[in-house]
Structures are given as structure tokens and as C-alpha cells.
Design a protein around this ligand. Sequence first.
Ligand SMILES: [Zn+2]
Length: 233
Amino acid sequence: MAIPNDVRGQEIGRVGRRAKYLLLPLESGALIVHLGMSGHISVVPVETPPAKHDHVDFVLDDGRTVRLTDPRRFGSVHWQPHPVADHWLLQGLGPEPLSADFNGGYLAERARGRRLAIKSLLMDARVVVGVGNIYANEALFLAGIRPRIAAGRLAAPRLEGIVGAVKATLASAIQSGGTTLRDFSGTDGRPGYFVHELAVYGRGGKPCPRCETTLKEVRLSGRATVYCPRCQR
Ligand SMILES: [Zn+2]
């Protein structure tokens, strides 16, 4: 939906996030910002001339502007009046992975009867948001679970273990500043560092960091999948 003119003059509330979308709440709704592959937001003095890849400015009343830069143009800005959760981008999304709603009981419910590989289930945003390919690989290594196993065949304690491993993997990635794949950089402009700590992703054919068995690389739902044939069952 186009941004209506009456958002001018509205106060920006507490900025939030849902899945990969930034939410800038205004009085009559919210701006939903997707940064795409390589977009970023900065706050600059309003007189700063826009550079080549600067596409959107939200001019504030204090002499600064919130600027959206997006070299690859995969990002987007949407407007949604209240209730914001009704926006099509936000509908049907699973819980946030680090929230209490993502737990063993919940995953067991979603896995029941499913023949889908557990790794593909974890990467389905309708089940849980925010678990991309790298983190799904890493979490399943940590949990000792073979990525291809049908989700519905995993017993409750193993699903519980997967939930714990997903949370630990993401928490550790956030702690170390994200991944350095592509042109990701932290808010300080320096690359993220998680890539240095990856146990399996990108390491097919190399020794398992735990048992030194050669890691296997296969494709699962079209995505690179690496696992240890000995540690992951
Ligand atoms: Zn191993």
C-alpha cells in the first residue's frame, strides 16, 4: 500500500522487528521495511546529499533524516494501517526462534506426520522465522541430527534438542555479529565474524570438528547441506 500523505507529522514509536522486517510504528499504522540482501539504514544530517544507492529518506523534525540505502534494490518499504500484523508480509509467520513460543512441544506439533526433511521444516518461515540455510546446518550439527530425516520421525526429546540447538546457534551468531557472507557488514561497517566459527557450513569434504570424520555435502531442497555422517544420526 502506498504511504499516505497523513503520515507526515506523525511520531515514530519504538522501532521493532518481525522476522526479517523492520517495523517503524507511526500513530495510524506502521512502515514495514525490508532491507533485502544488502540494504541498510542510517541516520544522517538532512543536508547530506543522497548517494547513488540511497533510495528513501524519512526526514525527521530535528534536522536529521533516516536514510535507506540499497545497492541491489531487493529491499522494499510498505505501509500498513493498524492492525499491522494483518499485512500480507507478516501473515502466517511462525514464532520468533528466540521466543518462548518456539519450544519442543510446538515443534513436535508442527513436525507430526510430516515427511519433510527436518532441515527444510526448520527453514520454513511458516514454522519458525529466521532460520536460514547456514543456521539450519549448524544447529542440526550441534543437535547431532541428520538433516534429511523426516521431521515426523523424530521423537520429542530429539525435537527438544533441535530447538535448543537453534536457539544456541542464533544467540552465538548474534553475539559474534552475524555472518560475513556476501556484503554483510555490522553497523560499524566491519564484517560479521560468525563465518569463522561455522562447524559444518561451507566445510564439506573437511574433517568434522568433533570426530574428524569427513563431512558430507549434499543438496536438500536445493540448498547446500553439510553434515557429519558419524555425529549426526
Ligand atoms: Zn563428527
